[in-house]
Structures are given as structure tokens and as C-alpha cells.
Design a protein around this ligand. Structure first.
Ligand SMILES: [Zn+2]
Length: 84
């Protein structure tokens, strides 16, 4: 299962701009601030809570954690709205 398919053109375009920079090395993960080794899987991470702002490249594992946190947040918010 991949959730990459739900990303649109803008996401792919920004990711393309990062690709050569990550491939050269020297890019730190936007989430854990550790270097992303060229050739390792990475994701273009979003600013938490935003669907349109990009935080920058992240280790794939770090991005998965962020998305899990965001899902938990969204679940908490929609649960809260039931009681308003
Ligand atoms: Zn990381």
C-alpha cells in the first residue's frame, strides 16, 4: 500500500526540485535533522497541519511518523467536533 498516489502535481514538482540536491548529499532531514544519505529512500514532508506547505525532504521513516501523528490529531479534532 502506498499513499503516494494521493499527492498531486505540485508535490511531484517540488520533489523533483529536491531530488538532485538530496542526491548530492548534505541535506538534513526536516524532521530529525540527521543527514539524508544519498540513495536512501526519502519523502517530501509537509509542514504539520498543512497540505500545501512543504517542510522539505525527510527520511521515509520520519515522514511516516509525522503522518501517523497528523492522523491522530485529525482524529482527535473530528472526534471533538461531534461534541460541539
Ligand atoms: Zn529523519
Amino acid at each position: 500500500m502506498s499513499d503516494r498516489s494521493r499527492y498531486g502535481y505540485a508535490h511531484r514538482k517540488v520533489r523533483k526540485q529536491w531530488e538532485p540536491i538530496v542526491a548530492d548529499g548534505g541535506v538534513d532531514c526536516a524532521r530529525c535533522n540527521q543527514p539524508i544519505e544519498p540513495g536512501t529512500p526519502w519523502d517530501l514532508g509537509h509542514v504539520p497541519g498543512s497540505a500545501t506547505e512543504y517542510a522539505g525532504p525527510m527520511h521515509q521513516g520520519c515522514n511516516r511518523n509525522t503522518m501517523a501523528e497528523q492522523r491522530a490529531l485529525v482524529a482527535a479534532v473530528s472526534e471533538y467536533r461531534w461534541f460541539v
